[in-house]
Design a protein around this ligand. Structure first.
Ligand code: PEP
Length: 262
């Protein structure tokens, strides 16, 4: 029998919520899950606040023993030095961040991050014992030209250059056309690509890594569609943008196992 992968629901807050709003959201989310008698062990939850919120959220998670993971939205390709505005993996690890999003399509598009930069960031994350949440996905033009899987597969192959069989990584398949558009992929489409991404992990890092690595779907995930994605064998969770900014909605996404028909 294969390894059981604990589902992961990750909230990417992007450039939303200042540190006070972030603390309020985490507190309310924790209460909401407690009120609903949600079993924390059944699903891992990680929040990815803006850099300026990390310290406040970390302090709250520690003080109130809230069982959420903490992650950052990006990191520098360097350890330290004259890189104005950059944040190193070392600083993130000191703040008890366990993971970091790398290669989000918004970084690729607005900050010209190519596959080489993404690979360098994955190497930095691994160096500092942060789990890289490696985002890959095709644009609508890519979809038309090459189909759904060619671009994400090529992106992942390059991103894994510095990873080894024992590296802990998370992969997020996020079709760019589905992000923030309200038009999610179908669970079947997402499954097909996620399966191919797991094949890449198998080829590059071996069977063990392919079995234990969580592959997420991201792109217009909501409480109304999450359960259908989670029924797919190669989808182990979701990277959620807009839906993670509202307590009730994010709480309902996390509690997808209670939805009818799951
Ligand atoms: C994202 O940006 O990672 C994302 C999936 O956004 P949304 O859920 O808003 O589509």
């Amino acid at each position: 029998m294969g390894v059981t992968r604990t589902p992961l629901i990750a909230g990417n807050w992007k450039m939303n919520l200042d540190h006070l709003q972030a603390v309020a959201l985490v507190q309310k989310l924790h209460w909401s899950l407690k009120d609903a008698a949600h079993e924390a062990d059944s699903v891992d939850v990680t929040v990815f606040p803006p850099f300026t919120d990390l310290r406040s959220v970390q302090t709250l998670l520690d003080a109130d023993k809230i069982p959420f993971g903490l992650g950052a939205q990006d990191l520098s390709t360097h350890d330290s030095g004259a890189y104005t505005g950059e944040i190193s993996g070392e600083f993130l690890a000191k703040l008890n961040c366990g993971s970091v999003i790398i290669g989000h399509s918004e970084r690729r598009e607005y900050h010209a991050e190519d596959d080489a930069v993404v690979a360098a960031k994955v190497a930095q994350a691994l160096k500092h014992a942060l789990v890289p949440v490696i985002c890959v996905g095709e644009t609508s033009e890519d979809l038309e030209k090459f189909g759904a899987s060619a671009v994400p597969v090529a992106q992942l192959e390059k991103a894994l250059e510095s990873a080894s069989a024992t590296s802990e990584i998370v992969v997020a398949y996020e079709p760019v056309w589905a992000i923030g558009s309200g038009q999610a992929a179908t669970p079947e489409q997402a499954q097909e690509v996620c399966q191919k991404l797991r094949d890449v992990i198998r080829e590059k890092l071996g069977e063990d890594a392919a079995e234990r690595t969580r592959v997420l779907y991201g792109g217009s995930v909501k409480s109304g569609n999450i359960a259908a994605f989670m029924r797919e064998p190669d989808i182990d969770g979701a990277l959620v943008g807009g839906g993670s900014l509202k307590v009730d909605e994010f709480s309902a996404i996390i509690r997808y196992q209670k939805h009818v028909g799951v």
